[in-house]
Design a protein around this ligand. Structure first.
Ligand SMILES: [Zn+2]
Length: 434
C-alpha cells in the first residue's frame, strides 16, 4: 500500500524540481543559522546562489560524524532551542553522543516518513504494532511509534528487556506487527519456542526490522519461525531516525524518501561521487529538516542506489540493503569482510542455530578469524559427531570461497553463545584491540 502517492509515485522530473528547491532553501538556511556550515561553505567557496541544479550538489562540503561530535550538544541546531520540541541522541558507544533536535514540523515529517514504511508492509488502522525497541534517547522506538499512530494503528510500547514478557504481550494483546532489531526478533522467536507458544496462537503478520545490518538468510529464518513477512527499513538518528528508506512488497531494495533526503554514493577513499549502481558509502542530505539539517552527511554505511523503476509503482530511488558499516568492516590483512556476509553463509546450514560470533585475533603478527556457531539440539552421538565434522569442514570451505579467508570454525554446544538481552547484537569480538 502506498501511503502518499503524490510524493512516492511522483514523476522523476517533478521530484528533481522539488529536491532542488528544497536543497536551495536548506543551503540558505544553514548558511544563515549554523556557524559550522557558514564556515565550511565559505571554505568550499560555495553559496546558496551557486546551487542551480542537483548536479551542483557535489560542490557542497561533506558533514562527518566527527563534525557532529564536535558540535555537542547544540551547535548544529539551525533554530533557537525554544523551537525544538524533542531531543533524541545516538548512544555514544563509539565516542561522544550526537544530540539531535526536532521542531514540531520535523516530528510531522518524521511520522509521515515512517507511515510510508509501515504502509508498505500493509499496515492499517486494524493493526496492533508491538514496538520492541528501547524507549529512551534512541530514536527507533519513537519513530516507529509515531508512524503507526499516524496510520491509526494501535501501538504497544513494549520496549526491550524480558523476552518472555515480549512473547506474552504478543500472544495476549494479539500483536499483528513487530518492530525491533532483527537480532532481537530472533531472540523473541527462540523464547516463544521455549515457552511452547505455537505459531497459531500468535496473530503476527509482518515484522519491520532495522537498526542493524542483516542477511537474506536471517530474513528467511525470521519469516519461518514467526510466520511473518519480514521487511527491512533504514534510518539513522543523525539524519532522522527510522524512515529514511524502506522495503516495499517487492523487497528488491529500500525506497528512499527522496522528497526529504537526497541520496548519493561516494568512494570513501577518494570522496568522489559514484555512478548509480556502484557500491560505496551512502551520503545523505536532508532537505526538509528544520532543527537539525545536514548537508552531505557521510553515514559510514556501505550500499548502492538505483533509479530503475520498481514494479510497486513508487518512483523513489532504491538503496541496496546495507551490508555493513565502514566501522564494522573486519580488516584481515588485505581482505575486508562484513559480519553480514559471514551470517549469510552460517545460516544456510541445517543443524546450526542462528547464534554465532566472530572472533578476530592477531597471532605472531598474523590476523586470524574464528567463527563460533551453535549447533541445534542435544549434544550429538558418535554418528552425529561425524556429520558435524562434515558441516564444520564445509563451513570452512564455504567461508573461504565467499570471503577469501581461511577461518577456524568452532561448533559450540546449544546455548554456548551469549544471547542478547536487548538492543543490538554484538557479533564481532576483536581481540587485536585489547
Ligand atoms: Zn517498490
Amino acid at each position: 500500500m502506498i501511503w502518499n502517492p503524490k510524493y512516492e509515485s511522483m514523476d522523476r522530473d517533478s521530484l528533481s524540481q522539488v529536491q532542488l528547491e528544497r536543497l536551495q532553501a536548506t543551503v540558505n538556511r544553514v548558511t544563515r543559522n549554523v556557524a559550522f556550515y557558514r564556515v565550511s561553505l565559505a571554505t568550499a567557496g560555495v553559496s546558496g546562489e551557486d546551487v542551480r541544479g542537483l548536479s551542483d550538489l557535489p560542490r557542497l562540503p561533506f558533514t562527518t560524524k566527527d563534525d557532529l561530535r564536535r558540535s555537542y550538544p547544540y551547535d548544529m541546531f539551525a533554530v533557537p532551542l525554544r523551537d525544538i520540541v524533542r531531543i533524541q541522541s545516538t548512544s555514544g558507544t563509539t565516542g561522544t553522543a550526537v544530540v539531535v533536535g526536532y521542531t514540531r514540523n520535523d516530528l510531522k515529517t518524521w511520522s509521515e516518513c515512517v507511515a510510508r514504511v509501515l504502509a508498505a508492509g500493509g499496515m492499517t488502522e486494524h493493526d496492533v504494532m508491538q514496538v520492541a525497541f528501547t524507549y529512551g534517547l534512541f530514536s527507533g522506538s519513537f519513530g516507529l511509534h509515531a508512524g503507526a499512530e499516524r496510520i491509526g494503528a494501535c501501538v504497544i510500547p513494549a520496549s526491550t528487556g524480558g523476552l518472555e514478557k515480549q512473547v506474552r504481550i504478543m500472544r495476549d494483546f494479539k500483536t499483528t506487527a513487530l518492530a525491533c532489531t532483527p537480532s532481537y526478533a530472533l531472540a523473541i522467536a527462540a523464547a516463544a519456542t521455549e515457552m511452547g507458544v505455537r505459531r497459531d496462537e500468535l496473530f503476527l503478520r509482518v515484522g519491520y526490522f532495522g537498526a542493524e545490518p542483516w542477511s537474506e538468510e536471517l530474513r528467511r529464518r525470521l519469516e519461518e519461525s514467526l510466520g511473518i513477512t519480514a521487511l527491512d527499513n533504514y534510518g539513522l538518528t543523525e539524519v532522522l531516525g527510522p524512515g529514511v528508506s524502506f522495503e516495499c512488497e517487492r523487497r528488491e531494495g529500500l525506497h528512499v524518501n527522496e522528497d526529504c533526503f537526497i541520496v548519493e554514493v561516494i568512494d570513501p577513499s577518494t570522496l568522489q561521487p559514484l555512478p548509480r549502481g556502484a557500491e560505496g558509502e551512502i551520503v545523505l542530505t536532508t532537505i526538509t529538516k528544520e532543527g537539525f539539517p545536514l548537508l552531505r552527511y557521510r553515514t559510514g554505511d556501505i550500499g548502492s542506489v538505483t533509479d530503475e523503476p520498481c514494479p510497486c509503482g513508487r518512483t523513489l530511488a532504491r538503496m541496496s540493503r546495507v551490508q555493513g558499516r565502514i566501522d564494522d568492516m573486519i580488516n584481515l590483512g588485505a581482505v575486508k569482510v562484513f559480519p553480514s556476509q559471514i551470517e549469510q553463509i552460517v545460516l544456510d546450514f541445517k543443524g546450526l542455530e542462528p547464534h554465532y560470533e566472530i572472533v578476530v585475533d592477531r597471532v605472531k603478527g598474523i590476523d586470524t578469524m574464528e567463527v563460533r556457531v551453535e549447533i541445534s539440539g542435544a549434544m550429538p552421538g558418535l554418528d552425529e559427531m561425524k556429520s558435524l565434522e562434515k558441516i564444520r569442514a564445509r563451513l570452512v570451505s564455504d567461508l573461504e570461497t565467499a570471503t577469501g579467508i581461511t577461518a577456524k570454525v568452532t561448533l559450540v554446544e546449544p546455548k554456548g553463545i551469549a544471547r542478547i538481552a536487548e538492543g543490538k547484537a554484538r557479533r564481532v569480538v576483536d581481540k587485536r584491540q585489547l
